[in-house]
Design a protein around this ligand. Structure first.
Ligand code: GLV
Ligand code: MN
Ligand code: MN
Ligand code: MN
Length: 404
């Protein structure tokens, strides 16, 4: 089995990798991600799994022995990446799931309920802006018409991207979760240093912090960078800059996280005061009340600053994900009784398709594999092969228990 994992991992290593940074560019429906999804279909076929692909490109490959039916145990993750992302965020869960199927077969195990490996589309929202797009559609949390209208930075709508990929269609039927999925387990690289600090190769997720994405549109007056007196300006870049400082301060004070990782400037010229700055705030806190108050406070400070700068501000909540608590009984069972003792049960401030399915009522668990760098959403993300193999056997064990 280690061979299977390492062979698959080697298959994926070059796909979408930037030779300049070593990071990955695997945006949905662009060449690298299309190649990865074709690879997944081949892996499913090689294992005789029955593949279903829905109109947005979500895939599930089912191991359904003769006479076995009813809701199944689903495991998997995603194959898309953030811009210049790491190798592990997403693909580790998919490759580990396929490797776990191989482990179970090598053990002679035959599931008595269906066992599926899933790939949800656009988990990162790096192309169309909305994280967990595929699982939101599958769970019925997002309407098809709203999804189709999303557009990427070049103005290409999801509808036309799907059309060009041979996907899409006039309607989308959310998955019938109750009759198809009895529980969902997502294995994922850890995106922080908790497991390193605790000396554990694997941890179990307790839940996900509530988080959201908010677009701040600052509008001012374009003018000449040389001839406009400093006191005569209405510069939205200045309001944005002060807002970024305020967000950082506010998050530190409240123990939350606030990041402006993306801005769009018009007209984006060195020698012109901008007419508009759009900036996306990613905010996360350990409670919904703390998240609301962080975002309210940043908005209040930005509005106050805009008043002083003579600029205008509009804030749009593009997506807000509630607090998620994974199935506590499942988490406790996963964590208990290992050779190394109990595994740590830890929360995460990263979003996952597992969170979307959990909110939709599916009993859900997550396994995290130690990341020695603690870095994620960056080329420096890492997990050692021995730790990945511990993750695969942990996943195989839980699947065996759940599908027995
Ligand atoms: C997705 O990985 C997120 O948490 O941003
Ligand atoms: Mn991610
Ligand atoms: Mn991920
Ligand atoms: Mn994620």
């Amino acid at each position: 089995m280690p061979d299977d994992f390492e062979r698959m991992w080697a298959d994926l290593a070059p796909v979408g990798r930037s030779s300049a940074s070593g990071g990955y560019f695997r945006q949905p429906f662009l060449s690298a991600e299309v190649e990865l999804r074709a690879w997944f279909a081949e892996q499913a076929a090689a294992r005789d799994l029955t593949l279903t692909t829905d109109p947005v490109g979500n895939m599930a490959a089912w191991w359904r022995p003769a006479g076995v039916s009813g809701p199944g145990v689903l495991t998997g993750s995603h194959l898309d990446s953030v811009l210049d992302g790491g190798a592990y965020d997403g693909p580790l869960g998919v490759v580990s799931a396929l490797a776990a199927v191989d482990v179970l077969r090598a053990r002679g195990f035959v599931p008595s309920r269906p066992l599926g490996v899933s790939v949800f589309v656009e988990e990162e929202g790096s192309r169309f802006g909305l994280a967990c797009l595929g699982s939101r559609l599958a769970s019925g949390a997002l309407a098809w018409s709203d999804a189709l209208a999303l557009a990427d930075r070049d103005g290409v709508s999801l509808e036309s991207a799907l059309d060009r990929s041979g996907l899409g269609g006039p309607s989308y039927e959310p998955w019938d979760l109750a009759s198809t999925i009895s529980c969902f387990v997502e294995l994922h690289v850890e995106q922080g240093r908790d497991l390193v600090d605790r000396g554990a190769a694997v941890g179990v997720g307790s839940g996900i912090w509530p988080h959201g994405r908010y677009r701040f549109d600052f509008t001012g007056v374009a003018d000449h960078a040389g001839t406009t007196r400093m006191e005569d300006r209405a510069d939205p870049m200045l309001t944005y800059a002060m807002t970024a400082l305020a967000a950082n301060k506010q998050a530190r004070l409240g123990g939350g996280r606030a990041t402006f990782g993306r801005i769009d400037v018009a007209p984006n010229g060195t020698n012109a005061i901008p007419s508009r700055v759009s900036a996306w705030l990613d905010a996360r806190c350990d409670s919904e009340a703390a998240l609301s108050s962080l975002v309210e406070e940043v908005t209040r400070m930005a509005t106050e600053r805009a008043g002083r700068d003579g600029t205008a501000l509009a804030v749009t909540a593009e997506s807000v994900s509630p607090a998620v608590g994974f199935d506590p009984a499942l988490a406790a069972a996963l964590a208990a009784d290992h050779e190394e003792g109990d595994w740590p049960v830890i929360p995460t401030a990263a979003g996952h398709d597992a969170g979307i399915l959990s909110v939709a009522g599916v009993p859900t668990a997550m396994l995290f594999v130690r990341n020695p760098t603690g870095v994620s959403h960056s080329p420096d993300e890492h997990a050692s092969t021995p730790d990945c193999l511990v993750g695969v056997s942990a996943l195989a064990d839980v699947l065996e228990r759940l599908a027995r």
